[in-house]
Design a protein around this ligand. Structure first.
Ligand code: BG6
Length: 530
């Protein structure tokens, strides 16, 4: 399928060869239709002193500038409570960007880029601070060609949203007019359950239309996640096999070696299910399981993803006890280094019952996936870091080569989301020689070697899309709420039931609790070794 001229789409932005004539020769822009070009704007980051701003947002904006992708007229205004000058904030950002940017830091590029960065000190609830912000943005518009376009990035705790949005409305900062726009990017966590997510959605909708609301799920910005649809729907080989007739089961894994780091206070209230499953893992599941959309517009793609979450079989308390394993890391060793137990981490309750690991078995109750289990696991302080989707096909018939005495392994298609992004396919092959010996071989594709260039960071892609007004890679209101509906049942069973399932220990540096292995073993299956 080739993107066609003028296709109103984000997926048209993928690195496909395109028939569209581009405004820019930059490869990142290949396939961009005119409509999807990032537009000049002022980006206001609420939470400018936060870790995300230093580690991800500014490095992403810097790399966009370095690659020539940031619109010529675009400024960044950091909004935070602490006293700082433009100069001192720029100096801090330079240091952290040099450490966190995927391409390092080029002095000349930084000098040009940093002139577009400003700091705005204000309390989040101070009306005068917003009036001053408006003056600043108007002044930047007047000199810099940013056309009154505003992109507000809420990188703050959800408890701050309501106050910030009320102040933005009162200061007249959310009005679009004369062809200008006002958009909001919202960081996760998007609520802590269905009710809080609905509240947040209502609050945001007071100021921003759904089409101007960009709920970040950074997994959707990862190159391989974007490739799932291309792999499935641009290859006639794959899609006919992508169903219950040929697929035995699917495993989705996101494993981290890192522990909770400095995020104890947030994480201890959240846990792995809310932190990772409700968002990233369900999004990946949707891309893997969805039907082909009618076109590549943001809503057509998100309509199909929504159907997947709606098709998830709702769990009873018994299902949760049987099919969901929760674990918490104990002390152990990662890469030969001793690391503490979760309960001994900084600002974590020493008696915490929060899960740092979840494994679960899900069913997508529709025609395509009837009887095909989806297993998911996610955890911190695991043996290895990485994220992947492993699709295991049904075994070849048990005649000729696949005998009961010498069974062959099944074919497996693995989409590696990170690290070493790529796709591999395991096939059975005859070992050269005069005897008939069959062994599995791997056909492997690596992004790095095949395309000879680094993939952009997820945040680069997502920021650019929000500047273009393209919400395909962002979660829509109904998607988020439906995902909470599914997750809430599990949370309630864990926390509101009189006989909650156990929280299982696992040593840091392992693959999680034994119960997670049992979950698959019961079905005659095993987790793929990553
Ligand atoms: C974040 C979670 O959304 O994703 C973190 O809040 C997690 O707990 C992180 O560590 C993982 O992202 P990545 O890109 O490193 O896999």
């Amino acid at each position: 399928m080739r993107p066609q001229k003028g296709l109103p789409t984000a997926l048209g932005n993928l690195h496909l060869r395109s028939t569209v004539s581009n405004e820019s020769a930059n490869p990142l822009r290949e396939g961009l239709s005119n409509r999807a070009m990032p537009q000049p704007c002022n980006v206001v980051i609420f939470g400018a002193s936060g870790d995300l701003t230093f580690r991800k947002l500014i490095p992403a904006l810097y790399n966009l500038a370095a690659d020539g992708d940031l619109p010529g007229a675009a400024n960044i205004v950091g909004f935070a409570r602490r006293e700082k000058s433009d100069e001192s904030w720029r100096a801090e950002l330079k240091e952290t960007t040099a450490k966190c940017s995927r391409s390092g830091l080029n002095e000349e590029v930084w000098d040009g880029f940093s002139k577009r960065i400003y700091y705005h000190q204000s309390e989040f609830g101070d009306a005068a601070g917003y009036a001053r912000l408006k003056q600043k943005l108007d002044a930047l518009d007047a000199v810099g060609g940013t056309r009154g376009n505003r992109l507000f990035y809420l990188s703050v705790a959800p408890a701050e949203f309501e106050g910030i949005i009320a102040q933005l409305i009162a200061a007249g900062l959310t009005q679009s007019g004369d062809g200008s726009w006002s958009r909001v990017i919202v960081e996760k966590p998007f609520g802590t359950d269905l009710a809080t997510a609905q509240d947040l959605n209502t609050i945001i909708a007071r100021a921003f239309a759904e089409g101007d609301t960009f709920r970040i799920d950074h997994y959707l910005g990862k190159e391989t996640a974007q490739n799932i649809m291309v792999l499935r729907f641009a290859n006639s080989l794959i899609e006919p096999l992508w169903n219950h007739r040929y697929i035995d089961h699917v495993q989705i894994t996101s494993a981290e070696q890192l522990g909770v780091e400095a995020r104890g206070p947030y994480y201890d209230k959240s846990g792995a299910l809310r932190d990772m499953v409700q968002s990233h893992l369900l999004q990946i599941l949707c891309l893997t399981a969805m039907e082909a959309p009618t076109n590549l517009s943001a809503d057509a793609v998100r309509d199909e993803k929504l159907k997947v979450v709606r098709s998830l079989r709702r769990m009873s308390a018994d299902d949760v006890s049987r099919d969901v394993v929760r674990g918490q890391y104990a002390a152990g060793a990662i890469g030969g280094k001793q690391v503490p137990a979760y309960r001994a981490e900084d600002r974590v309750n020493p008696k915490s019952e929060t899960e740092t690991f979840v494994a679960l078995k899900l069913h997508v109750d529709n025609w395509r996936w009837h009887g095909v289990p989806f297993y998911m696991r996610v955890g911190k302080r695991l043996a290895k870091g990485g994220a992947e989707i492993a699709v295991q096909f049904k075994e070849a018939p048990g005649v000729l080569f696949n005998s009961a005495e010498t069974p062959l392994g099944p074919n497996q298609l693995v989409i590696r989301i990170q690290p070493d992004e790529g796709v591999s396919l395991r096939l059975q092959c005859k070992v050269p020689g005069s005897t008939l010996r069959i062994e599995p071989v791997k056909m492997d594709f690596h992004y790095g070697t095949s395309f000879g260039k680094q993939s952009p960071e997820a945040y680069e892609r997502l920021i650019l899309d929000s500047m273009s007004g393209d919400a395909t890679l962002f979660a829509r209101r109904d998607e988020v709420e439906e995902a909470w509906r599914f997750v809430d049942v599990i949370e309630n069973t864990w926390h509101a039931s009189t006989t909650p399932p156990p929280l299982c220990d696992y040593p840091a540096g392992s693959w999680g609790p034994k119960e997670a292995d049992d979950l698959l073993e019961r079905d005659g299956r095993a987790w793929r070794r990553m």
